[in-house]
Design a protein around this ligand. Structure first.
Ligand SMILES: [Zn+2]
Length: 164
C-alpha cells in the first residue's frame, strides 16, 4: 500500500501540516499564489508539498458537476483546481484525500467520489466534522449544511451526526 496522499487547500496551509509520518502532500499553483503572499503561509510551504497543475479534462468535469449541484457560484478558480487535482490523483494512484473546510468544495468532492480527509487540521490534529446532510432517497451524504434537497435525486435532506 502506498503512502497516504493529501490535496491541500489554502486553509490547510494556515492550519499547519503535520509533516511527520509518510504522507505525501499536493496542492495547485493557484493555492500557492494565495498562500505565498502570507508570511505564515509561505513559511509553511515545505519541500514535501508537490505543486501540480490539474488536467483540463478534470477541470471540465469539476465545473460540469458543480453546475449540476448548484455549487459553481460558491467555488473559486482555486477551489475548482483543487477538486480537479483530487480527481487526477485519485485516477493515478487512488490513495488520495482532499483537505478543505469549504462546504461547496466538500459537497462537490462527495458527488465526484473524491475522498475527503476528516476536515482540516486544528491544533495539529485531523478533526472530524460532527454532522452531515443525509438523503433518505438515495443514501448519499453531503457536508454542506445549506443544502436542503439532494442534488442527485431531489429528495429533501435531513441532518445526521457523522461518526468520529
Ligand atoms: Zn438523493
Amino acid at each position: 500500500m502506498s503512502d497516504p496522499a493529501y490535496v491541500l487547500d489554502s486553509t490547510a496551509f494556515y492550519a499547519g501540516i503535520p509533516y511527520q509520518g509518510s504522507g505525501r502532500y499536493y496542492t495547485t499553483y493557484l493555492v500557492l499564489e494565495e498562500v505565498k503572499h502570507n508570511s505564515v503561509g509561505s513559511s509553511l510551504i515545505h519541500s514535501r508539498v508537490q505543486v501540480t497543475e490539474p488536467s483540463r479534462e478534470s477541470i471540465g468535469l469539476v465545473k460540469a458537476t458543480a453546475t449540476k449541484t448548484g455549487d459553481i457560484r460558491a467555488l473559486s478558480q482555486t477551489d475548482v483546481s483543487l477538486l480537479a487535482l483530487g480527481l487526477d490523483l485519485k485516477a493515478r494512484d487512488g490513495g488520495v484525500s482532499l483537505v478543505s473546510d469549504d462546504f461547496a468544495v466538500r459537497n462537490v468532492a462527495e458527488v465526484l467520489s473524491i475522498p475527503l480527509a476528516p476536515t482540516s487540521l486544528k491544533g495539529g490534529e485531523w478533526k472530524s466534522i460532527s454532522w452531515k446532510m443525509y438523503c433518505r432517497g438515495c443514501g448519499k451524504t453531503y457536508a454542506n449544511p445549506k443544502l436542503t434537497t439532494c442534488p442527485v435525486c431531489g429528495t429533501q435532506l435531513s441532518k445526521k451526526a457523522s461518526n468520529g
